[in-house]
Design a protein around this ligand. Structure first.
Ligand SMILES: C[S@@+](CC[C@H](N)C(=O)[O-])C[C@H]1O[C@@H](n2cnc3c(N)ncnc32)[C@H](O)[C@@H]1O
Ligand code: SF4
Length: 489
């Protein structure tokens, strides 16, 4: 079933939202975790089911390993961060957590043991809080679970600049990592102070130099729309990051939401206006294009490659799995991508099948360290909440991911879901074309100019009716589960 939107509904939705700050700017999928519910079933049931699907079609696995800890800041959580984390209280807590992580890896052996890994991402929180000896130790858990880690896949470790010293980067490289993703946010020493981080631009460039020394591909996260940031500050940061030789840039718009310090009235008063943010988006795009960077999603930019080594370093397979879970060639579906998550607040995304009676799942581990450890002590998978996709949700999840890339291939959509996308959302496309936010070609819908900037709002628009329905469901129980497929040889 598809929802048809009237012209009036589309126009009034956009008119209302256009001048509001959107709060879904970073890594937004359908539906957001706010709509997930506690799962009532033992997770082994769903994992068994996944094995059944695995025998029907090919998939590859992108593994995420979560870290809870962050250095305390004032204001808390760097002032802006909306991701779950727990205060770092010393190495004892880290070692205790790693022991739990090992147990969780072992619990997955019967279910994930025969999967093939396509990429590995250690994220958080702040994984570079660990001591040098911990990186190899955790990588060994991965190796044991999957019966080996392929040498040539991407293995990323995320962290903050001031914690990347030489001993750590050597250990990270020796543990098999080949890519580092650094959350820098601002290179200007005065502006970064709003986050309460004790970070300097010198620390950032020292860390990037060390990444080059250890042949680690380097990705940098920067944020625009920051308190008191000017266009010149933003362009200077991009220029300096490029000059330092980063291979990939993530240029997020500041997401202002929740109880973060940046959402307080005092800080909001310091934020650039929405009009300025739109101008920043435009200027950053123009500048990055002129510097030979290729835009891959609304916020991801890759350095153009001149050699095989550059190609490897500019690629970002783990993040890529977040914006295309179906691989197609000449109209044929080749395989799907799954995300397996282990550790605090890690997410598992199992798009099991693409037919209307197939069941796909997403679920997230506990976002309280206490609950995470308690579940493992009780012999349970430490899962907090999740969501079972119906066929409409799978279509929306695919559309959301495509929109991140600023282009929806409507021929591909038709191949996968046997539905005419242009007809299904006709009034949406009419309104966006009228505003010159999209261009429609024989193959695709291309988001242009302001249409790109407003992608998070347009994702909310196409999901809005379905989200109303989801809000009315309380818990997911066995009775919500219509089909159970059996493994076929
Ligand atoms: C979850 S953090 C983890 C990485 C590391 N701890 C750090 O902060 O650098 C990953 C990235 O999400 C982005 N992020 C977090 N909160 C954000 C927000 N409110 N608005 C925009 N980007 C945000 C930041 O750019 C950050 O580098
Ligand atoms: S931005 Fe990074 S370091 Fe700061 S609280 Fe969030 S995860 Fe932790």
């Amino acid at each position: 079933m598809t929802y048809h939107f009237s012209k009036q509904y589309v126009q009034s939705f956009i008119d209302k939202e256009e001048f509001r700050r959107q709060s879904n700017k970073v890594l937004h999928g359908h539906p957001s975790p706010a709509h997930w519910k506690p799962l009532q079933e033992p997770i082994d049931f769903l994992l068994d089911e996944r094995s059944g699907y695995a025998m029907r079609s090919e998939f590859e696995v992108n593994l995420y390993v979560g870290t809870p800890f962050c250095i305390k800041t004032k204001p808390a959580r760097c002032g802006f961060c909306l991701f779950p984390s727990e205060d770092y209280e010393g190495n004892k807590g880290v070692e205790r957590y790693i022991a739990y992580l090992k147990k969780e890896f072992e619990m997955y052996k019967p279910f994930y043991g025969s999967d093939t890994l396509a990429s590995i991402y250690f994220g958080g929180g702040t994984p570079n809080l660990y001591r040098p000896e911990h990186y190899g130790q955790i990588m060994e858990y991965v190796d044991t679970l999957y019966g080996g880690v392929p040498a040539d896949i991407e293995k990323t470790l995320e962290g903050i600049p001031q914690l990347f010293n030489e001993a750590k980067l050597r250990a990270i490289s020796e543990a098999g990592f080949n890519r580092v993703s650094m959350g820098v946010q601002q290179l200007n020493d005065n502006l970064i102070k709003y986050s309460g981080r004790k970070q300097t631009r010198k620390q950032v460039f020292d860390a990037v130099d060390l990444c080059h020394k250890y042949n680690l591909a380097n990705s940098m996260d920067l944020i625009y729309g920051w308190p008191e940031q000017t266009m010149d500050n933003m362009l200077q940061d991009l220029k300096d990051a490029i000059a330092a030789g980063v291979h990939h840039l993530t240029h997020y718009e500041l997401n202002v939401a929740g109880r973060s310090d940046f959402a307080s009235p005092k800080k909001r008063a310091l934020l650039p206006t929405i009009e300025t943010n739109i101008e920043m988006y435009r200027m950053a795009n123009e500048y990055l294009h002129s510097e030979g960077f290729e835009q891959v999603t609304v916020y991801d930019w890759s350095r153009k490659a001149n050699s095989d080594d550059d190609v490897r370093k500019a690629s970002y397979d783990y993040e890529h799995s977040m914006h295309d879970f179906v691989d197609q060639e000449n109209g044929e579906i080749q395989k799907t991508r799954q995300v397996c998550g282990i550790g605090y607040s890690a997410v598992n995304f199992h798009p099991n099948g693409l037919d209307s009676d197939d069941r796909s799942w997403i679920y997230m581990n506990q976002t309280s360290l206490k609950d995470y450890c308690q579940d493992i002590d009780d012999g349970k998978f430490p899962i907090g909440r999740g969501f079972m996709y119906n066929h409409q949700d799978v279509k929306l999840a695919w559309l959301f991911q495509s929109m991140q890339t600023m282009s929806i291939n409507h021929s591909n959509y038709e191949n996968i879901f046997h539905e005419d996308l242009l007809a299904a959302y006709a009034e949406v496309w009419n309104e966006l074309a009228r505003r010159q936010w999209i261009k429609i070609t024989d193959e695709s819908i291309e988001f242009i100019d302001k249409g790109q900037y407003y992608i998070p709002m347009l994702q909310s628009l196409i999901a809005s009716v379905r989200l109303e329905e989801i809000r009315s469901v309380k818990k997911l129980t066995v009775s919500d589960i219509p089909v159970r497929i059996e493994a076929t040889a």
